[in-house]
Structure formats: C-alpha cells, structure tokens
Design a protein around this ligand. Structure first.
Ligand code: NAD
Ligand code: IPM
Ligand code: MN
Length: 317
C-alpha cells in the first residue's frame, strides 16, 4: 500500500484531545483508500518548553521537515503567557512555520446549512457564506522588527511599523499575516464556531502544515495536566485527557485538507468531508455549536461518530 509519514504535534490545552481524534479519522479514511500512515508524535509549544526548555526542539523541526505532512493541534496556555518572547509557545509555532517555509495559509470559512442556527448572523444573511482567506504566514508584524523608534509622552520607547494593504473580493480575501488572523477569528463567528475551521499552510515544496485556526482553548481544557503523548511509548505517562469538551471537527477537517492539499489524496479527503457532514446531519453537536433539538456530545464521542460515518456512509457510496 501507499505509505506516508505524518508528524503529529499535539501541543497544549485541547491540542492532544483533538489530535487524538483526528489521527483515528485519518487512519480509517486512509485505510479505506489503501493508504497507510506512519505517525510520529513530537513535543511542541508549552509541552516542549516543559520537557526541553525550548518551544520548538531541533528534533521536532527536523522530523517535521522530513515527513510528508504535519498535523498540529494547538499551542499556548496561561502557564507560559508571562515567559520571555523567545520562550513562549507561540514563538515555537512561528519558528515551525518559518522552518517549513509555509508562507501561504489557506483558511476557508463557510456557513454549513446544518449550523446556520449557530451563526451570530441572521439566517438570511449567513446562508451561503463561502470564503477563502489566503493569509501570508511567514512575514508581517509577527516576524517584524520595529523600523523606527520613538518615545511616548511617558518617555517610554515605542516602535513603528508599516502594514501592507489587503486586496480582496467577495470569494477570496488575500491578506497579510496579522489581518488574516483577525479576519478569520471574526469569520468564525459567522460560521458558528472557531471550533469548526481548519487551515492548510503550504510552501513551494516540502511538507505542508495543517492545523485548526483555533488556539489551545485553556478555558475548556485542563490547565494542570501533564502534557501528553499519543505514541505507544508515552513521553508523559500521566497525561490527563482534558475535559472532553473540545470540538474536534476543525482538526478533522484539517486532516481532510492534509489529504487534499498535502498529499493529493482527494478520495480519502472527500470521505472525511462527507463524514463530517453526515455526523452533523445526524444532529451530533459539541457545546460550541449546540442548539436546541440536537445531541450534545463531547470531543471523544464526536470523534467516534465521525469514525462511524467514515466507515458506513462513505464506504457504501
Ligand atoms: P482560543 O481559540 O483558544 O479560544 C477562543 C474561544 O473559543 C474560547 O472560548 C475557547 O473555548 C473556544 N474554542 C476554541 N477552540 C475550540 C474548540 N475546538 N471547541 C470548542 N471551543 C473552542 O483562543 P484564546 O483563548 O485567545 O487563546 C488560547 C491560548 O492560546 C492563550 O492562552 C495563548 O497562550 C494562546 N495564544 C492565542 C492567540 C490568539 O490568537 N488567540 C495568540 C497567541 C497565543
Ligand atoms: C493562529 C494562531 C497563531 C497566529 C498564534 C498562536 C501565534 O492564533 O494560527 O491563528 O496568530 O498565527
Ligand atoms: Mn489565530
């Protein structure tokens, strides 16, 4: 069978929970298409800081660079928020994006008919929203050095920088790094929840990086747990699986983007997309997309339902 090496970077907060679910979905959709995955899980973000003292260990970057695609959960948490900049989990993510040279970040945002009630917009306005934001990912103010220094009225040093203008139309928005971040956080409210939106980051060659657009959601994860691992030889045996409240669909859909944009495995990607729609059609909802009349489930159960749909629905068709 065809075989691919996938680097898994669970990270922090809800990251390990959603990666664990997405890994199973990827495995099943692949196996139905004769594809085998070899997963290697590596520490990244706060988990890596605790383990090695840096947010992106050399070995994690090397493993990612040498794999066929990288699937990342989320990084960051209160625990490391006061760290110096070079020791913040987020710095590790920026270093990873830079190290993989994935300058183009695709962030689709569309309103699914099944979730139109979860939108902050009126049904008539939200219906049919279908956007693709193309976000420049390895430049801009994220990587910028202040161009000019001055002092404010309190005598404190302040920096200035220029921003690049955004060109856009109704279907596709091409934007710089920081506006891409802000725009999609906002668009997520139109689509129902940030827990639904995947992304793909691509360069000219080499492995792509696939991650949900949300962060580590410390408010719905267990902040005191030991960072975990999904590998058979646990790096952190005392890992607590969090609170089981996270919506894994953004990561599952990121796995579909990994198949589609990263590996050109369109059939396996479609299996996942169809299974997500089928699961929503059956009424399964995590808390962030719940509306009356549906079935409230946790992260794990949502994952199990998607697995059932990958198996039955897309297998039969
Ligand atoms: P977040 O995306 O983690 O959470 C925003 C809100 O959406 C929270 O209420 C969260 O519970 C909810 N949410 C997110 N993903 C979800 C999912 N899959 N299922 C259900 N609900 C979900 O953003 P945040 O709270 O601003 O950031 C969390 C951490 O990430 C911070 O502690 C920080 O360390 C790091 N961080 C975030 C940003 C950012 O852009 N927001 C930037 C730098 C660092
Ligand atoms: C995202 C995240 C990151 C970003 C943070 C964690 C650095 O919010 O992928 O949207 O702003 O790029
Ligand atoms: Mn963001």
């Amino acid at each position: 069978p065809k075989s691919y090496n996938i680097t898994l970077l669970p990270g922090d907060g809800i990251g390990p929970e959603v990666i664990s679910v997405a890994k199973n979905v990827l495995n099943l959709a692949g196996s139905l298409e004769g594809i085998e995955f070899k997963f290697k899980e590596m520490p990244m973000g706060g988990a890596a800081l605790d383990l090695t003292g840096v947010p992106l260990p050399e070995e994690t970057l090397t493993t990612a660079q040498q794999s066929d695609a990288v699937l990342l959960g989320a990084i960051g948490g209160y625990k490391w928020d006061k760290n110096e900049k070079h020791l913040k989990p987020e710095t590790g993510l920026l270093q990873l994006r830079e190290g993989l040279k994935v300058f183009a970040n695709l962030r689709p945002a569309y309103v699914l008919p099944q979730l139109v009630d979860a939108s902050t917009w009126k049904k008539e306005v939200a219906e049919g929203v279908d956007l693709m934001v193309v976000r420049e990912l390895t430049g801009g103010i994220y990587f910028g050095k202040p161009r000019r220094f001055g002092t404010n009225e309190n005598g404190e040093e302040i920096g200035f920088n220029t921003e690049v203008s955004a060109a856009y139309d109704f279907d596709t928005i091409v934007t710089n790094n920081i506006f891409g971040d802000i725009l999609l956080d906002e668009a997520s409210m139109i689509t129902g929840s940030i827990g639904m939106l995947p992304s793909a980051s691509l360069g000219e060659s080499g492995p792509g990086l696939f991650e949900p657009i949300h962060d580590s959601a410390p408010d719905i994860s267990n902040n005191n747990f030991e960072p975990g691992t999904l590998s058979e030889q646990p790096l952190y045996p005392n890992w607590d699986r969090g609170k089981d409240k996270a919506n894994p669909l953004a990561t599952i859909l990121s796995a579909a983007m990994l198949l589609k944009y990263g590996l050109s495995e369109l059939k396996a990607a479609e299996r996942i997309e169809l299974a997500v729609l089928d699961t929503l059609n059956k009424g399964f909802r995590t808390g962030d997309i719940y509306s009356v009349g549906n079935k409230l489930v946790g992260c794990k159960e949502m994952g199990e339902e998607v697995l059932k749909s990958v198996d039955t629905k897309t297998h039969a068709s």
